[in-house]
Design a protein around this ligand. Sequence first.
Ligand code: ITT
Ligand code: NA
Length: 201
Amino acid sequence: MKLLLASRNRKKLEELRRILASSPDLLKVELVGLDDVPEYPEAPEKGLTFAENALMKAREGVKYTGLPTVGDDSGLAVDALNGMPGVFSARWAGRHGDDKANLDLVLAQISDVDDEFRAAAFVCAVALVLPGGKEHLVHGKMPGRLIRAPRGEGGFGYDPIFIADGHTKTSAELDPAAKDAISHRGQALRALAGVIAKNLG
Ligand code: ITT
Ligand code: NA
């Protein structure tokens, strides 16, 4: 059965597909993204919380497609920046989706911050909205710290400068399955798996 991810971020779509594919209950779920939906309206995110944004994305998806829809709103919360870039992670340096510029700006903003104060966490809210109107909201969080120069080719966004607690590789250096096992997105999706299976399985 079809499930829409109300996102234009191909890396997110790839990760969610991978996480679904690793859940035996969810093998029949076909995840489609907004690039597969013709003339989908631009939906600027205006919310001040991940939860609010995830719900807005998912509601919009149901409204325009009638499909059960997942919205993922996520970002990096940096202690030394009072939790920023947070919900502004995708456009921190000004241009939406410019991962390299966003990451460089965060590194520059904390260049004077000592190692013991470089804590950060990836955070994710995932909302599932069903055509009947039922809504489910879950969160995931991956705590860690930021290094001083990017490492690794995998993942996306801020992955090359982030090392999860208890690890030595950046999340861009981890195998995809290893990232999924600990990631904010992996946690959130696994928390929703039962509901998705029940409604779409
Ligand atoms: P949609 O709104 O279309 O889903 P988006 O990229 O704008 O796509 P968000 O507003 O949720 O999505 O912003 C997510 C940003 O947070 C993303 O662009 C990355 O910079 C960062 N981010 C989220 N998850 C990440 C991850 O697993 N690894 C690295 N960076 C991540
Ligand atoms: Na956002």
